[in-house]
Design a protein around this ligand. Sequence first.
Ligand SMILES: Cc1cc2nc3c(=O)[nH]c(=O)nc-3n(C[C@H](O)[C@H](O)[C@H](O)COP(=O)(O)O)c2cc1C
Length: 184
Amino acid sequence: MYKNIDLNHAYRAFTGGPMICIFTKSKDGVPNGMSAAWNCPFDTDELILVLDKGHTTSENIRNGSKIVVAVPNSNQIDEILKLGSIHGRDCSVNKFVEQKVDTEESELFKLPVIKGALAYFECELNDKALFEDKGICLVKVKNCYVQENMWDEVSNSFKKGCLNTLHHVSEAVFCTGGELVSND
Ligand SMILES: Cc1cc2nc3c(=O)[nH]c(=O)nc-3n(C[C@H](O)[C@H](O)[C@H](O)COP(=O)(O)O)c2cc1C
């Protein structure tokens, strides 16, 4: 038996990729970060992010900002909610200072990125027209960094117990797991 649910909640049955945080800079150099539940891979080195056009992040991207996408770990709900509850443009210095979120510099792009993420991706916008038209932010990954001690060089994937991503369920509720399962 299935239950036909309100379509306003359909996304909750589908869920998105893992929770991510997206880091950009304004044209005046003000760094910013936001949280996003709606995202997925598009190719081996391409990601799709679904962004509201009114976000400070979207404005930064339209203005040519490079983009860093981070995958927070399951202990970072607090940071996710802080980055996801206020617009960068409404902060006096920047969102990280205002919301007390610790960051470190990304390796090559030198954009502030949330400290302690499982992985982060330095990206560039791949399709300006698609973003402007639909808010679908198709990005090309230029560099991908993973926590060294969590990465298995043989399988080229996260080690058992390390992939503790968060998946958005509703409001401030997430699910996590981190277990690797297979039918072997
Ligand atoms: C759990 C969570 C998930 C979110 N997912 C998305 C999303 O997928 N896309 C989006 O545009 N905004 C999403 N948001 C909202 C933005 O993170 C939020 O509006 C943020 O303040 C925008 O920041 P900015 O204006 O500084 O860019 C989410 C917020 C939270 C807390």
